[in-house]
Design a protein around this ligand. Structure first.
Ligand code: NAD
Length: 479
């Protein structure tokens, strides 16, 4: 059922050929061959840029009603085709089928949200000092955009950027993840069938650095959007900055979770096990550094271990599977190194700690206690199914420890005391803060980080901001 994936340029698919071989796509559950994804060369990139540039001259003047209708149709088509998209995504990305289906169905709502919000891209009228002058502020689409999306939520991350760009009246060249390309290709196909004019959305794949360098340097590109690691994000932002281009960056996080003494240990551990092991922990907002009050650490850890014990790790296509493999082999190697480093730094291994002995990129759900703050695991985003636990006594002191890293994407706090909840909400430094539940990532709420985790919001009423330029018009209406 898995098909080769083409480039999508000016409304036409260009598949890998014998004389233009693509990049192999491998199933992370068993390392078996799935197919090939086409590789763009400079000629393809030039054609994608030209197609997007030409399409922008028409699409920027499409009305809000036309764009909204298109996005509603996309929403409808996604829901109709969710099972097929999800099955291919589990094959190339690895997450359990139920999670893939949830991602596709839930993220279809981004199309609906953008369909609704694109009708509300208002300008305003500013009262002038001179009554013969009319002063307007209008929002105009920035132009041709390029975007780069990663492999952990292939559908989610692509649909957010596509809807925001197209809903604002921009056109887009998107480089999706070569490791897990099927969901992004399915989206492009759906947009075409929903009636999007050719050239408004173009998909390319290949060498990420070569493609981003070429696109960002092109004078035709007005805006750059990236989701991925902080290291790559900083490079792309610097490159775009040198050309004075608009940028939005959704980068990594290392979310602190502070669990106060008053917390309901059983409730919190259930919630965190569900949140932590979803997508095998490969989530930028994953709860990631566990600070547990010393008075409840034993009870909390026992409760956590009890829930992890029964977690079924396996092929995402198996309906019994609760946690799939990691998406790629380099993630497994990274996690092994982080666990080894923690143990060398004095941490205690309570569960897992190693790869699973079978074909595929599997890693055991892992819990480490007494992880010192200088261990790499407490400093670097693990992006995997690993829970490092440390303790605290004083809330002010632990908030300072939580804020000590350069990350600032998500943060979590748990307490049954009202004043502690307020202290957590006010004190944690992150773009998204969730107290006493796991409540981030809705279409109607802004998603984005501060500090090294990036800038710009996806979703919420802010979703179109970085795709629009504010233009002030002043007009003398009569002498
Ligand atoms: P990475 O930043 O190298 O790659 C992430 C995505 O960006 C990939 O899909 C890749 O194709 C693309 N990419 C890489 N270099 C690029 C470039 N020069 N130009 C344009 N696109 C480029 O990260 P990785 O090695 O795949 O994963 C390492 C770490 O990155 C993870 O452990 C995690 O910390 C972070 N990450 C974060 C997210 C997120 O959602 N914020 C997603 C994926 C990875």
């Amino acid at each position: 059922m898995y098909k080769d994936i083409g480039l999508f340029i000016n409304g036409t698919w260009r598949y890998p050929q014998a004389d233009r071989p693509g990049i192999e796509i491998v199933n992370p559950s068993n390392h078996q061959h799935l197919g090939y994804v086409a590789r763009a060369d400079v000629n393809d990139l030039d054609q994608a840029i030209e197609a997007a540039r030409q399409a922008f001259t028409l699409w920027r003047d499409s009305g809000a009603e036309q764009r909204s209708t298109l996005l509603y149709e996309v929403y409808r088509l996604i829901l109709n085709e969710a099972e097929t998209i999800a099955a291919s995504m589990t094959l190339d990305q690895g997450k359990p089928l139920a999670e893939s289906l949830a991602e596709v169905r839930f993220c279809a709502e981004h199309a609906k949200w953008h369909a609704e919000e694109c009708k509300r891209l208002y300008g305003r009228l500013i009262p002038a000092r001179n009554l013969r002058v009319r002063q307007l502020v209008v929002q105009r689409p920035v132009g041709v955009c390029c975007a780069f999306t990663p492999w952990n939520f292939p559908f989610n991350q692509a649909i957010r950027k596509i809807c925001a760009a197209l809903g604002a009246g921009c056109t887009l060249i998107l480089k999706g993840p070569e490791e897990a390309p099927s969901a992004v290709a399915a989206l492009a196909d759906i947009f075409k069938r929903a009636g999007l004019p050719d050239g408004c959305l173009n998909l390319v794949w290949g060498d990420p650095e070569q493609i981003s360098t070429y696109l960002i340097d092109s004078p035709a590109i007005a805006k750059v959007s990236f989701t991925g690691s902080i290291a790559v994000g900083k490079r792309l932002a610097a490159q775009a900055g040198a050309k004075m281009k608009r940028v939005s960056m959704e980068l990594g996080g290392h979310a602190p979770v502070i669990i106060c003494a008053s917390s309901d240990v059983d409730k919190v551990s259930t919630l965190l096990v569900n949140a932590k092991f979803r997508n095998a922990g490969q989530i930028c907002i994953s709860p990631s550094r566990f600070f547990v009050h010393e008075s409840i650490v034993e009870a909390f850890t026992a409760s956590l271990l009890g829930k992890i014990d029964g977690l079924r790790v396996g092929d995402g296509m198996d309906p019994e599977t609760q946690m799939g493999p990691l998406c790629n082999e380099r993630q497994v190697t990274r996690l092994e190194a982080l666990v080894d480093d923690s143990l060398a730094a004095g941490a205690r291994l309570l569960a897992g700690g190693s790869r699973v002995d079978r074909a595929g990129n599997y890693f055991h759900p892992t819990v480490l206690a007494d992880v010192p703050s200088h261990a790499r695991l407490m400093q670097e985003e693990p992006f995997g199914p690993v829970i490092p636990i440390t303790t605290f006594r004083d809330l002010d002191e632990v908030i300072a420890r939580a804020n000590a890293l350069p990350y600032g994407l998500a943060a979590y706090g748990f307490s049954e005391e009202r004043s502690e909840c307020a202290q957590l909400a006010d004190g944690l430094q992150a773009g998204m803060i969730s107290i006493n539940h796991y409540g981030l990532g809705m279409p109607e709420t802004p998603f984005g980080g501060i500090k090294d985790s990036g800038y710009g919001s996806e979703g919420g009423a802010e979703t179109y901001d970085s795709y629009l330029s504010t233009v002030f018009i002043t007009e003398l209406t009569r002498d």
